[in-house]
Write a protein of this length. Structure first.
Length: 323
């Protein structure tokens, strides 16, 4: 039986309901293993460097939920945010599709009756190192009405919220800012606001309109200034018809981006990787310059961790793969 190992992934990825992991086992009879050095396949992300050490024969699949472009010299296949066309080697499958229940709520939010909201605007930000645009949005909107900050940054409600979804549900609007602005990099933050039936005030992905309906949210990048954004929020807040119409707009720009459609595409992508023979599934260059590239990375890692730090790095395999 074929075997697969995992490294550099986050804790939630290993839940029993993890979509990608679950689907791999649906398309192929395969056994999970801790022994990544002898596994047929390695599914990895950027939170460890173990993947550089595996044999050249290992079929490597990279998945990222962070804003980083896959290195196709290092992997045979990849999934991420970028709008790339790389034959059968790449699938655009953003992290938010792994939030299956939230996707369902987001995709049906426009069908729900409009409920009376008690509060004006929410914001749940703890990473103060992200782009400072959120500070300006918070300050200028707060001059109009109170913005409830429920995260670790500038908290003004007595402490961080335990349930972000319930917190957002009571608000008409929600400030949603990505950590960075990059084409295709839309995270779960936007769909969480849609699911809670807020009107998102969104900053981040400049190509967000490819997937999400711009009539359903306020896109900061479509405005000349934060002051213009605030005026738009005021207009919607003070006009019940505009507010209701926006809530009744579907979140998605096209049904091809629905969870059901994209999950089926994921199934075909994974089937193409796991059903052929191991030799036929190989894609990355393993000869000449390709091998030199990998060997160089292995050497760099050995040099950088010659003090023994590599052996002390936190990896995720043994904690999450059953015996």
């Amino acid at each position: 039986m074929k075997t697969i190992a995992y490294t550099g992934l986050w804790d939630e990825f290993f839940s029993e309901q993890s979509l990608i992991k679950k689907m791999i086992h649906e398309v192929c009879q395969i056994e999970d293993t801790r022994d990544y050095m002898n596994a047929d396949y390695l599914l990895y992300s950027l939170f460890s460097e173990e993947h550089w050490q595996v044999p050249d024969s290992t079929i490597k699949i990279f998945y990222t939920g962070e804003n980083i472009t896959p290195d196709f010299n290092a992997c045979d296949y990849a999934m991420g945010f970028d709008w790339l066309d790389f034959g059968d080697r790449y699938l655009r499958f953003p992290l938010y599709y792994l939030y299956e229940d939230v996707c369902d709520l987001m995709e049906t939010k426009h069908l729900k009756p409009v409920e009376k909201k008690v509060d004006f605007c929410s914001m749940t930000i703890s990473n103060a190192n992200r782009n400072p645009i959120f500070r300006g949005l918070f300050d200028e909107l707060s001059a109009y009405k109170k913005v409830d900050s429920g995260g670790g940054w500038n908290n003004n409600i007595g402490g961080p919220v335990d349930d972000k979804f319930s917190f957002d549900q009571t608000h008409k609007f929600s400030i949603v800012c990505e950590n960075s602005s990059y084409p295709g990099y839309t995270t779960e933050k936007l769909i969480q606001a849609f699911a809670a039936n807020c009107i998102p005030i969104y900053w981040g992905d400049p190509a967000v309109g490819k997937v999400f309906n711009k009539k359903a949210f306020i896109n900061v990048l479509d405005h000349h200034s934060i002051a213009d954004v605030v005026e738009k929020v005021k207009e919607i807040d003070q006009n019940e018809v505009l507010y209701t119409d926006m809530l009744h707009e579907p979140a998605l720009s096209d049904l091809q981006y629905s969870k059901a459609r994209q999950t089926e595409i994921l199934r075909k992508f994974l089937s193409n990787i796991f059903t052929p023979s191991l030799k036929d599934a190989m894609r990355r260059n393993r000869d000449c310059r390709g091998k030199m590239y990998i060997d160089k990375q292995r050497g760099n890692i050995h040099e950088n961790h010659s003090d023994g730090a590599l052996s002390r790095m936190k990896y995720f395999i043994s904690a999450h793969i059953k015996s």
